[in-house]
Design a protein around this ligand. Structure first.
Ligand SMILES: Cc1cc2nc3c(=O)[nH]c(=O)nc-3n(C[C@H](O)[C@H](O)[C@H](O)COP(=O)(O)OP(=O)(O)OC[C@H]3O[C@@H](n4cnc5c(N)ncnc54)[C@H](O)[C@@H]3O)c2cc1C
Length: 304
């Protein structure tokens, strides 16, 4: 099947920050993703289960929250020269286009949607991403873009994902998908709204990724000589960029009451946006919190 692929790497890395809400949201998400992607799982065909090798600038020790990834430390002698620690762990990557279609089909099956104009509004759920900055009634100016550019190549011989923290906030990553395409990245340009590809960034990404993983070049090339980035160019499927919906202060997951101007009724408005660079890997966990907020708000209203 031929389809246009989205810009996200869409894989789950170990969350090594210390925000307890983030830890639990990501852990819940990982559990659901492991269920969906298991052999015979409901969306198995949208995922690839694999291992990832990640290297960090700091000496990092995973906690119990990371145990589902089964992390194993890399031996000191095989660490990248820039890294103070590194782990190989089990994870998954998502073929985002079929996965988003799977989610849409599941949503449509779960609800019988009537004509919107004929139904009274009981609640509002705001999942507008970067759009929350301009959405009337929300206008959250803490929302801002973190631009990411990536190169998609076809290299079905790549079996492991890899990531290297090059400097604080700057990562190089290699993310193989089930369909044989590999996402190469990345960039993190804070407050950069530039919507199209920068050719010099493409060169930089290819150079960094090849340095991290020379196996990206076709095996027949590597059998003869050391590869260069020119060996990657024929493999390019597409180069693209996107804007991560980041928020000063982090993810917004809360509820407010608003008055419906038509009939004066109070309705709850649940916010679930500002996922930045982790919208996939925190999706199911934050949706769970949003549903609880909604149910509690509606139950509280029924009690009044
Ligand atoms: C290069 C790159 C790599 C990434 N890699 C990863 C990764 O490896 N793992 C990961 O978890 N995440 C990754 N992400 C981040 C991930 O894509 C986002 O966190 C995720 O898409 C956020 O989802 P969302 O639904 O909140 O927002 P969005 O995906 O931005 O969706 C918001 C939707 O709301 C709609 N909308 C906005 N305003 C309105 C309005 N007024 N009315 C109606 N609709 C509106 C928009 O059209 C859009 O469809 C990456 C992103 C980029 C750019």
């Amino acid at each position: 099947m031929v389809y246009r692929e989205t810009y996200q790497g869409a894989y789950q890395v170990m969350y090594l920050g210390d925000d307890p809400r983030q830890k639990s949201i990501r852990e819940e998400t990982l559990k659901v993703m492991l269920e969906l992607s298991a052999p015979g799982g409901a969306a198995e065909g949208c995922f690839r289960r694999l291992q990832s090798v990640e290297s960090f600038l700091e000496d990092i020790t995973p906690t119990n929250h990371e145990s589902l990834f089964h992390p194993k430390p890399l031996p000191k002698e095989s660490l990248h020269p820039k890294a103070k620690s590194g782990y190989i762990f089990d994870t998954y990557t998502i073929d985002t286009t079929p996965y988003l279609n799977y989610l849409l089909a599941r949503f449509l099956n779960a609800f019988s949607l009537g004509k919107p104009a004929q139904r009274p509004v009981d609640a509002l759920i705001i999942c507008a991403g970067l759009g929350a900055r301009a959405l009337g009634g929300v206008e959250d100016k803490a929302m801002h873009p973190v631009r990411g550019q990536r190169v998609l190549i076809h290299a079905p011989w790549i079996e492991k994902a890899a990531g290297l923290e090059e400097s604080p906030g700057r990562d190089t990553y290699i993310i193989p998908r089930r369909n044989g395409n590999v996402v190469l990245g990345g960039t993190r340009d804070v407050d950069d709204w530039y919507p199209i590809v920068r050719p010099e960034t493409t060169e930089d990404i290819l150079a960094r990724c090849l340095a991290l993983c020379p196996e990206l070049a076709p095996p027949e090339v590597r059998a003869k000589r050391a590869p260069t980035i020119d060996d990657l160019r024929p493999l390019i499927v597409e180069v693209g960029c996107g804007l991560r919906p980041a928020r000063d202060g982090g993810l917004r997951l809360d509820v407010e009451w608003v008055t419906n101007k038509k009939d004066g009724r109070q309705v709850p408005m649940v916010f679930n946006y500002g996922h930045g660079s982790s919208g996939y890997e925190s999706s199911w966990g934050s949706a769970d919190v949003a549903v609880s907020l909604l149910e509690n708000a509606l139950a509280g209203k029924a009690d009044n």
